[in-house]
Ligand binder design. Structure first.
Ligand code: HEM
Length: 148
C-alpha cells in the first residue's frame, strides 16, 4: 500500500528537492546531518555508544562525516522514492535488516529520530509543511524499524 498520500509525497519531494539541489546538496546534507546527530545524542545520550565504529568520539572526523553522509544519502534516496512504493518498501526492508543486526538500535531510538527530524527539517526546508512531512517520514521510520 501507499506510505503517504500522493499529495503529501509530492509536497515532500518538491520541498526536499529545493534543499538538495546540486551544488548545495552535499554541504546542506552534512551540516543538517551533523545537527540531527547532535540533537539525537542530546535527547538520547546512550545512543552515542552505537557509533564508536564510525568514530563518534570525534564528530568532525572523516569517519563520522562518512557515516553522516551515508545516513543523509539514505534519507535523500528514500524521500525521492516516496512516489514509487514497491521500490521504497524494498529499500526500507534492506535498511531495516542493516539496522536490526546492530545491537542496541531500538524502535525507541527511531522514535527520537522522528522527533529530531521534525524539529530540524523546518530549519532547512522552505515553507515546511509539517503535516505532509510527518505523514511521509513516520512510515519511512517505521518501515526501517521493522525487526528491531
Ligand atoms: C548505519 C541510514 C536512523 C543506527 C546506517 C547506514 C545507513 C543508515 C544508510 C549505513 C548502513 C551500512 O553501511 O551498514 C539511516 C537512516 C535513518 C537512520 C536513513 C533515519 C532517518 C538510525 C537511528 C539509529 C541508527 C535512529 C539508532 C537509534 C545506526 C547504526 C549504524 C547505522 C548503529 C551502523 C554504524 C556503523 O557503521 O558502525 N544508517 N539510519 N540509525 N545506523 Fe542508521
Amino acid at each position: 500500500g501507499e506510505l503517504c498520500s500522493f499529495a503529501d509525497s509530492a509536497t515532500v519531494i518538491k520541498q526536499w528537492q529545493d534543499v538538495s539541489s546540486p551544488g548545495v546538496a552535499a554541504k546542506v546534507k552534512l551540516s543538517c546531518g551533523h545537527a540531527i546527530f547532535a540533537k539525537l545524542f542530546e535527547m538520547a545520550p546512550a545512543a552515542k555508544g552505537l557509533f564508536t565504529r564510525v568514530n563518534v568520539a570525534d564528530v568532525n572526523s572523516p569517519e563520522f562525516n562518512g557515516h553522516v553522509m551515508r545516513v543523509m544519502g539514505g534519507l535523500d534516496v528514500l524521500i525521492n522514492y516516496l512516489g514509487d512504493t514497491p521500490t521504497l518498501e524494498k529499500m526500507l526492508d534492506h535498511l531495516a535488516k542493516q539496522h536490526a543486526v546492530r545491537d542496541g538500535v531500538t524502535t525507541a531510538g527511531f522514535g527520537v529520530m522522528a522527533n529530531v527530524l521534525m524539529a530540524s527539517m523546518p530549519q532547512v526546508v522552505e515553507g515546511f509543511n509539517p503535516d505532509a512531512w510527518r505523514n511521509c517520514l513516520i512510515p519511512i521510520l517505521n518501515g526501517m524499524s521493522v525487526g528491531l
